[in-house]
Design a protein around this ligand. Structure first.
Ligand SMILES: Cc1ncc(COP(=O)(O)OP(=O)(O)O)c(N)n1
Ligand SMILES: Cc1ncsc1CCOP(=O)(O)O
Ligand SMILES: [Mg+2]
Length: 208
């Protein structure tokens, strides 16, 4: 299994965004500290998800950067990604592990210790934990758990915890202090005037 980077860039495929331009800017700065998760809107077709995933895999390969696919594990396999990420509305973690095989990276969403432990026992190799803070990127989420909620999960499991939801460079030190291994973001990089500069700031916080 590839070692996991600490900065998880999730593609922003909302109208008007250019996820590949953001990725091109961030790759040379973050290199193997980067993980890219291909996440498309629920309304996207599998073909659109596959086409994006192939392009992301192609851009990541020269840098040795891990590419994962959110939700659609058949797309992950078909596109040659290193693994995938599942949450409550996706395949259960044990089924996802069977689909991906024993050596792939498999992330699972958790927001509290009991479901976090269950996800790890079912085969998750890392956990995406949140929402840590308010976010405008995804609707319908439960209340933010804050750094204290992240800490509760970190103390319950022995896999890397990736904090997600409203993460900014300013917020990274508190999340690291809570034991987060890394962070996952959409808006803070996708909406940045200079994504490379923001990525460098995020990495400084993650290296402490
Ligand atoms: C790293 C990381 N953590 C959490 C999520 C959220 O996954 P999920 O709960 O399945 O929600 P969607 O992203 O599918 O809308 C994630 N994608 N990545
Ligand atoms: C997919 C997802 N799951 C929990 S928060 C979130 C969105 C994170 O986006 P942002 O970094 O813009 O808050
Ligand atoms: Mg999902």
């Amino acid at each position: 299994m590839p070692s996991l980077g600490r900065l998880h860039l999730i593609t922003d495929t909302r109208p008007g965004r250019d996820p590949l331009a953001v990725l091109r800017a961030v790759l040379p700065v973050a290199r193997t500290e980067l993980v890219v998760q291909v996440r498309v809107e629920d309304t996207a077709t599998d073909r659109e998800a596959y086409d994006l995933a192939r392009r992301v895999v192609g851009l990541c390969a020269p840098y040795g950067v891990t590419c994962l696919v959110n939700d659609r594990l058949h797309v992950a396999l078909a596109a040659g990604a290193a693994g995938g990420h599942v949450g409550a509305d996706d395949l259960p973690v044990d089924a996802a592990r069977r689909v991906l095989g024993p050596d792939s990276v498999l992330g699972a969403t958790a927001r509290e210790p009991v479901s976090a432990v269950a996800a790890v026992n079912a085969g998750a190799s890392y956990l995406g934990v949140g929402p840590c803070h308010a976010t405008t990127t995804k609707d319908g989420l439960p209340p933010a758990i804050g750094a204290a909620g992240v800490r509760a999960v970190v103390e319950a499991v022995n896999v890397p915890v990736i904090a997600i939801g409203g993460v900014t460079a300013e917020g990274v030190p508190a999340l690291r202090a809570a034991g987060a291994y890394g962070v996952a973001l959409v808006g803070a990089l996708s909406g940045a005037a200079d994504p490379a500069c923001v990525a460098a700031e995020l990495l400084r916080g993650l290296s402490c």
